[in-house]
Design a protein around this ligand. Structure first.
Ligand SMILES: [Fe+2]
Ligand SMILES: [Fe+2]
Length: 179
């Protein structure tokens, strides 16, 4: 499966997925989750990230995936639920892994620890480079919940600054984190 992944992803995205797998496995050890599950979810989470918008929309239509107003405006967010279905087709049956992939972009209130750590690993894996990422990496090791909240805040801030729409599910995730 990893060989297949290497063939379909650009080198940069493959490196990112490798980084997320590694970071997710480390966080899983720290948080008493299964590192194998975390590693696999990390490897696979972005398998549909480079699909063109038309392909994501066509796949979603074929598989009766909900395409809301926001996904219609920015089909790239579909890569998470589409990716979960793609790896299911590759034989991944672990629902916890599939859910972690499905939720990794927007987050969701009530996420499991595995889902949370994949969300955060995506933001702090070693190839990520943006202001504040080192601080976030440190925080992830000392106060995971704070780090997760910080990661969600970063995403929302980014969208606000770019004057982009914010998906209600991302906002609901934030509200859940701080309440
Ligand atoms: Fe992604
Ligand atoms: Fe990613």
């Amino acid at each position: 499966m990893l060989q297949q992944l290497k063939e379909i992803l650009s080198p940069a995205l493959y490196a990112h997925c490798t980084g997320v797998a590694q970071t997710a496995a480390e966080l899983a050890v720290q948080l008493d989750c299964d590192p194998q599950q975390a590693r696999l979810a990390g490897w696979l989470h972005d398998c549909a990230r480079e699909w063109p918008a038309e392909q994501l929309l066509a796949f979603a239509a074929q598989h009766q995936l909900e395409v809301d107003l926001y996904a219609r405006q920015a089909p790239v967010i579909l890569h998470a639920p589409v990716g979960a279905l793609v790896v299911k087709g590759w034989g991944i049956t672990d629902e916890e892994i599939l859910a972690a992939i499905r939720k990794h972009t927007l987050g969701e209130p009530g996420m499991t620890t595995l889902e949370q750590l994949v969300y955060l690993a995506d933001k702090i894996e070693p190839n990520r480079c943006y202001p504040g990422v080192d601080e976030l990496r440190r925080l992830a090791r000392t106060d995971f919940r704070q780090a997760l909240t910080q990661a969600s805040a970063n995403s929302l801030r980014y969208l606000l600054e770019k004057r982009q729409t914010i998906h209600p599910q991302a906002l609901a995730f934030w509200n859940w984190l701080v309440s």
